[in-house]
Write a protein of this length. Structure first.
Length: 302
């Protein structure tokens, strides 16, 4: 009898806010990949947020410091041949690069998820037509398409414009993945109950099914952000990015343009490469942790 009372008390405590927070903390302890990934991304976020408070990002403009100076007093990361304070460049560049990835990845997941939900739920001709269009677009080399668009609109291009260019193809894979998940869930019992209750298709899709796919959608968003950052940095490194904004990709472009490797300007090379490594490792670890949360087969029990 006493054991049953203790069990009931524990179950009641699990339903409380304190119990939910405790369960969340226990899960995070069992998921070190997610903790480490979030710590790396939080470190980058603090670097950009605190850096913008402590240092004027206008120093990222050319001729704001003596050119090609190694790290020293007043220049923690030195300056490049254009006379830009590299600390300001890294602070502003990290912010712009992450913002580009979040916008492009977010738009890709939102549009792709909506298309995947509607395609799988309606079925029939609509599903076949949408699936055919997605399959055809998936055969198009993304880098070729993005290079063509960037080359056409390069004049006056901003980081927001770069995000929209990358988002133009970022919805394809989420659309196909969400459709696959939707095909499994549309025959679930709670979906049949929602239909019997008289709910419309859109309400069933976005208020009944979508919440159950939230862990999968969050994981897809992290993957899309990483892919968008990789695509934007690749385009910018080829000189097809915003010429007047100090993104990490454009910094790499100027490193190659001014032959920093041959000139031994190591203080110019290491910071953007190091930040990109931390960023991608953090996104990978977060995605691995979320994948464990979304996939029951990967969950480890305490």
């Amino acid at each position: 009898m006493t054991d049953r009372v203790v069990q009931i008390a524990e179950e009641a405590d699990w339903g409380s806010l304190h119990g939910k927070l405790l369960a969340c903390g226990r899960y995070l302890i069992r998921n070190p990949s997610l903790i480490l990934g979030l710590a790396l991304l939080l470190a980058l976020a603090l670097f950009t947020l605190l850096g913008r408070v402590m240092l004027d990002v206008k120093l990222a403009a050319p001729l704001s410091a003596p050119p090609a100076q190694p790290p020293g007093p007043g220049l923690p990361l030195g300056s490049d041949p254009q006379g830009r304070n590299l600390m300001a460049v890294m602070i502003e560049g990290t912010w712009l690069t992450i913002r580009t990835g979040v916008i492009a990845g977010g738009l890709g997941v939102i549009v792709g998820s909506a298309i995947g939900f509607i395609s799988a739920y309606l079925g029939g001709f609509t599903d076949r037509a949408i699936t055919w269009c997605v399959d055809v677009l998936l055969t198009v080399p993304a880098i070729l398409f993005l290079v063509m668009i960037s080359a056409v609109v390069q004049t006056g291009l901003t980081s927001i414009g770069m995000a929209l260019i990358v988002a133009a193809l970022a919805w394809r894979r989420p659309a196909r993945q969400v459709r696959s998940q939707m095909l499994v869930m549309r025959s679930s019992g709670y979906v049949d109950m929602a239909k019997l209750s008289g709910l419309g298709p859109l309400r069933i899709i976005f208020f009944e099914i979508a919440p159950n796919l939230l862990p999968f959608l969050v994981s897809s968003f992290v993957t899309a952000v990483a892919a968008a950052i990789l695509a934007s940095v690749g385009l910018e490194a080829m000189g097809l990015g915003p010429q007047n904004e100090p993104t990490l990709g454009m910094t790499i472009f100027w490193i190659m343009e001014f032959s920093a490797f041959l000139r031994g300007l190591w203080w110019w090379i290491l910071p953007p490469v190091g930040i990109l490594i931390v960023l991608f490792v953090g996104l990978y670890l977060v995605n691995a942790g979320l994948d464990e949360l979304a996939n029951p087969r990967l969950r480890r029990r305490a």
